[in-house]
Each structure stands twice: as C-alpha cells, then as structure tokens.
Design a protein around this ligand. Structure first.
Ligand SMILES: [Fe+2]
Ligand SMILES: [Fe+2]
Length: 188
C-alpha cells in the first residue's frame, strides 16, 4: 500500500486524492454489506482515478503504446483504461477484478462483477454534493446493489443526453446488455 500511496500523492491533485479516498471509503462500506472483500474494494476505489491527472497527450501515448481502442470523441475516458495499465504494470496489482473495476468505472460493461459495480456506484456517489443524497444512495447500494447500479447507469446516460454531449458506445452496450438480460432486478 505504501508504494500505491506514494504514487497517488505524487500524481494526483489534492482534490482528486480526496475524491479517491472518498470512493475507497464508500466502496469499503458497500463491499462489507455485499460480502465482497473490503480491502479489495478499498484498493480498487483508491486506484480508480490513478490516471485522471495525466495530460491528454500522455494518455494518448499510452493508448498508442498499448494499442487499445481509440476514444476520439471522449479522451477523458482514456483515464480508466490507462489507470488499469498503471495499476498492473507500475503498481504491480495482480487481482484482475481490481484491474477491471478501474478499467470499467466510467462506462461499465456487460456482466460486471460485484466489485466492478461497487466502484461504478461509489464513484457516482462521491460526486454528489448533498449529504442527504449521499446517505440515500449509500443505503440503497448496501441493501440492493444491483438496483442501485442500474439506477446509476440510467442517471449517467440521462445526464449525457440532457447535456447533449457524446454518448460513448460502450455505455450503450452496458445498458443494452442489462436490459436484454433482465439483470436490473433483484434476482440478478
Ligand atoms: Fe474516473
Ligand atoms: Fe472518480
């Protein structure tokens, strides 16, 4: 953990660091109530934005070096893919679930693991400013993570549509997969 904290303190702004700690704390609480290893959820939470403060050119260099898909219209989304590479190659994280939780924290994907959903939801909650709303969402996620995840996914898409900004195909694929497989209900 020392190596990770040194990396985060050196590469994130103070605000981003506080956000990451908040996501980790929320993830730990939700994990505890969903029978997920709390230290794994904390680790994924604290690392989820480890590439967020990199410049666009640094992120694009990573994309070219590692040859993953292009994000022409959404370069800010590169940070989740680059973050999982940094976590693996630089910070020596081997747990694939942690790496996937970082990689898919913005757009989701089909058939997400419980830890992936926890980070997706915790990140969303940490961006809320209203204490009452935070408590409501945290309570909801601890009692029914799947329904909360689906509501967060829906709210994220609605926000993008209202703002008239580019809707990245991967979040559409995530949405369609959960709709097609009826995975938004209690029994999934
Ligand atoms: Fe992020
Ligand atoms: Fe974040």
């Amino acid at each position: 953990m020392k190596k990770i904290l040194i990396y985060l303190f050196s590469n994130l702004t103070y605000t981003r660091l506080l956000h990451s700690i908040q996501v980790a704390n929320f993830a730990e609480i939700i994990a505890y109530n969903n029978n997920v290893d709390t230290s794994k959820a904390y680790l994924a939470g604290i690392l989820h934005d480890c590439a967020k403060c990199m410049s666009n050119s640094q992120l694009i260099n990573f994309q070219k070096t590692y040859k993953f898909k292009k994000f022409n219209k959404c370069t800010n989304l590169l940070h989740s893919f680059v973050g999982s590479i940094i976590a693996k190659d630089k910070l020596e994280i081997q747990d694939q679930d942690v790496l996937n939780s970082i990689k898919y924290h913005t757009q989701g994907r089909k058939n997400m693991s419980v830890c992936e959903k926890i980070i997706f939801v915790s990140d969303y909650i940490a961006h809320k400013q209203n204490k009452g709303e935070i408590i409501k969402l945290l309570t909801s996620a601890t009692h029914n993570l799947n329904i909360t995840f689906f509501n967060v996914l829906m709210n994220k898409i609605q926000y993008i549509l209202k703002k008239h900004i580019y809707l990245f195909p991967q979040i559409v694929d995530t949405w369609n997969w959960y709709i097609e497989n009826n995975k938004y209900n209690k029994n999934c």
